[in-house]
Design a protein around this ligand. Structure first.
Ligand SMILES: Cc1cc2nc3c(=O)[nH]c(=O)nc-3n(C[C@H](O)[C@H](O)[C@H](O)COP(=O)(O)O)c2cc1C
Length: 220
């Protein structure tokens, strides 16, 4: 199977969590043994200079995966702009999605998932499911083993896609993890975000050159 993969993050490849996820996913997809013979080509929506090529490849390929981060509970505007430029297809193309996000609970990604299913119909394609998972904030903030811990599970999903060609299996559904955390976990997380989480966001912002506080409100 040959798969066209589109990274729908507006972040450049080097800084994109989606890209790091795809690295592991495609490792599983094309693994020696189970995935032998599988091939893929990957493009980034963040590179507007590639849009003509991505469009051409989109019309040429019938096995497509669009991987995207959840941005404000929905799909990134730049990806939307690209998708709006596509014509409806009348052949037998199929699209599956890898929808990933920062926060962990599956429930916050479900609206996006429903939208992607509807979108696929509007593009005239067959819907092959959405792999839904949060807890990915840390990818960009970590390296080595800590990063591997977050991204490595996607290898198994690559193997699964290689077997089934979709994300409908029980394994893929279970991959999401908890839909909603129990109340006491939500309470603890609330405290963590206001203390340790806050500190680590501040540290990350500083390391990226941010000089003003994260809660800076110049128009207040
Ligand atoms: C503008 C913006 C909006 C975001 N909105 C959400 C959100 O609504 N829910 C969530 O869980 N994560 C949200 N995130 C976090 C991203 O989904 C997460 O960090 C993802 O792994 C980023 O992938 P990327 O680096 O490939 O863009 C947001 C991030 C940004 C920059």
């Amino acid at each position: 199977m040959h798969v066209l993969i589109i990274n729908g993050s507006p972040r450049v490849k080097k800084y994109s969590n989606t890209d790091k996820i795809l690295e592991r996913f495609t490792g599983g997809l094309c693994e020696e043994g189970s995935g032998e013979g599988n091939t893929f080509e990957q493009y980034e929506i963040s590179d507007k200079g590639q849009w003509d090529t991505i469009r051409e490849e989109y019309y040429r390929n019938s096995n497509i995966i669009i991987a995207l981060p959840l941005f404000v509970e929905c799909i990134p505007g730049l990806l939307m702009e690209f998708l709006e430029s596509l014509k409806v297809r009348e052949d037998n193309a199929a699209i599956a999605y890898i929808l990933q996000s920062g926060f962990a609970e599956g429930v916050q990604l479900r609206c996006g998932e429903t939208y992607l299913e509807e979108l696929t119909k509007r593009l005239g394609c067959e819907y092959r499911g959405t792999l839904v998972k949060g807890s990915n904030f840390g990818i960009r903030l970590t390296e080595g083993k800590a990063r591997d811990k977050i991204t490595a599970p996607y290898e198994e999903m690559g193997r699964e896609f290689s077997k089934t060609g979709n994300f409908f299996s029980d394994k893929c559904r279970a991959f999401t993890g908890p839909e909603v955390f129990p109340a006491f976990v939500r309470f603890l997380l609330g405290i963590m975000f206001k203390t340790a989480g806050r500190k680590s966001f501040d540290k990350a912002a500083k390391s990226w050159g941010c000089t003003l506080p994260l809660d800076y409100r110049p128009y207040d």
